[in-house]
Ligand binder design. Structure first.
Ligand SMILES: Nc1ncnc2c1ncn2[C@@H]1O[C@H](COP(=O)(O)OP(=O)(O)OP(=O)(O)O)[C@@H](O)[C@H]1O
Ligand SMILES: [Mg+2]
Length: 275
C-alpha cells in the first residue's frame, strides 16, 4: 500500500495532470487506486468527468466533519475511485484556523474508513500552496512525488519544498519521504531542460543521507509537452482513454511502469524497517 502526495507549491507544473494519469494508469495495471482531490479548483475531479454540485458529497465534508471518507468516495472506473473536491473546499483553510489537530483530519478520516487497507495506492493532488490542505496530505502520506517543470527557478522552489517536507516529517509524520521527482512539461532537446536536470541530480547526490529526500529518484520518464494532455481534461478522460496513441500516453505509461517497479523495493524496505 502506498500513499503518495503529489505536491509543489508552484502553480501549473503538472500536479493534476500527473495525479490523474498516474492514478488512471495504475488502475489499468490492476492496482486499486483512490485519487483524492485536495484542490478547491477541483481540476482532478473535472479531469475524470466529475463535477460536484455545491453541497453534494465531496472531500470538503470530510474536513468539515459532516461525512466519513467512504461516504464521499465514488467509483469512477475499473479499480479507480475518486474523492472529489469542489469550491467549498476553499473555505477549509479559514474554518480550521483554530481547530485542534487540524493537521490530522484527513489521516484520521482515512484510518476510520480503513482506506489504507482497501487500496493499493492513494494518490493526493495537492493545491499550489502550503496551507492546511497540503499539510493534511503530507501528514497522511508516506511518499511525496514532486512534479517539476525544468526551468531556471525550479530548483529554488525545490529547496523550499524539501524544507517543508522535512518539517512535516519531524513534527507530524516520521514516515514521510520524498521518493519521486517527475520532470513535466519537458521540452526535449533544449539545453535548459538538460542543464536543470543535471543540476537537480547534483543537488540530490550531494544531499544529507538522513534527509527525507535522500532517497528521491528522478524518474527516467520525462513527461514531454503534448497537446493531447492539455485537451484530455475538457473531455473528462484520462490520457489513456482520450488519446491512447499519443506521446503523452506513452510518457505516463512509462512513468506508471517505473512506479510499479519501485513496489518490490519499497515493500522489501518496509519489511526490513519493521524487523
Ligand atoms: N505534459 C504536458 N503537455 C501539455 N500540457 C500540459 C502538460 N502537463 C500539463 N499540461 C497543461 O498545463 C496546465 C497546468 O497543468 P496542471 O493543471 O497539471 O498543473 P498543476 O500543477 O496541477 O496546476 P495548479 O497549480 O493550478 O493546480 C494544464 O492546462 C494542463 O492541461
Ligand atoms: Mg492542479
Amino acid at each position: 500500500m502506498r500513499t503518495i502526495a503529489v505536491m509543489n507549491q508552484k502553480g501549473g507544473v503538472g500536479k493534476t495532470t500527473s495525479s490523474v494519469n498516474l492514478a488512471a494508469g495504475l488502475a489499468r495495471q490492476g492496482r486499486r487506486v483512490c485519487l483524492i482531490d485536495l484542490d478547491p479548483q477541483a481540476h482532478a475531479s473535472l479531469h475524470l468527468g466529475v463535477e460536484v454540485a455545491s453541497g453534494a458529497h465531496s472531500i470538503y465534508q470530510v474536513f468539515a466533519g459532516a461525512r466519513g471518507f467512504n461516504d464521499i468516495c465514488q467509483m469512477v472506473g475499473q479499480n479507480l475511485w475518486l474523492a472529489p473536491s469542489d469550491l467549498d473546499l476553499a473555505a477549509t483553510e479559514l474554518e480550521l484556523v483554530d481547530a485542534q489537530g487540524r493537521e490530522f483530519i484527513l489521516r484520521t478520516a482515512l484510518q476510520t474508513a480503513a482506506a489504507y487497507e482497501k487500496f493499493d495506492y492513494i494518490i493526493m493532488d495537492c493545491p499550489p500552496s502550503l496551507g492546511v490542505l497540503t499539510i493534511n496530505s503530507l501528514s497522511s502520506a508516506s511518499e511525496v512525488f514532486i512534479p517539476l517543470q525544468p526551468h531556471f527557478f525550479a530548483l529554488q522552489g525545490l529547496s523550499k519544498l524539501f524544507e517543508t517536507t522535512a518539517l512535516v516529517a519531524r513534527r507530524l509524520n516520521r514516515n514521510l519521504k520524498v521518493t519521486g521527482i517527475m520532470l513535466c512539461l519537458y521540452e526535449t532537446g533544449t539545453r535548459l531542460a538538460g542543464d536543470v536536470t543535471d543540476d537537480l541530480m547534483m543537488f540530490l547526490n550531494g544531499s544529507d543521507p538522513h534527509a527525507p529526500w535522500a532517497q528521491a529518484k528522478v524518474f527516467q520518464s520525462r513527461i514531454r509537452r503534448n497537446i493531447k494532455l492539455a485537451e484530455a481534461p475538457s473531455h473528462g478522460q484520462s490520457i489513456f482513454d482520450y488519446a491512447a496513441g499519443s506521446t503523452g500516453s506513452q510518457d505516463y505509461q512509462n512513468l506508471v511502469q517505473e512506479v510499479i517497479a519501485a513496489e518490490a523495493a519499497l515493500s522489501g524496505g518496509q519489511t526490513r524497517a519493521a524487523a
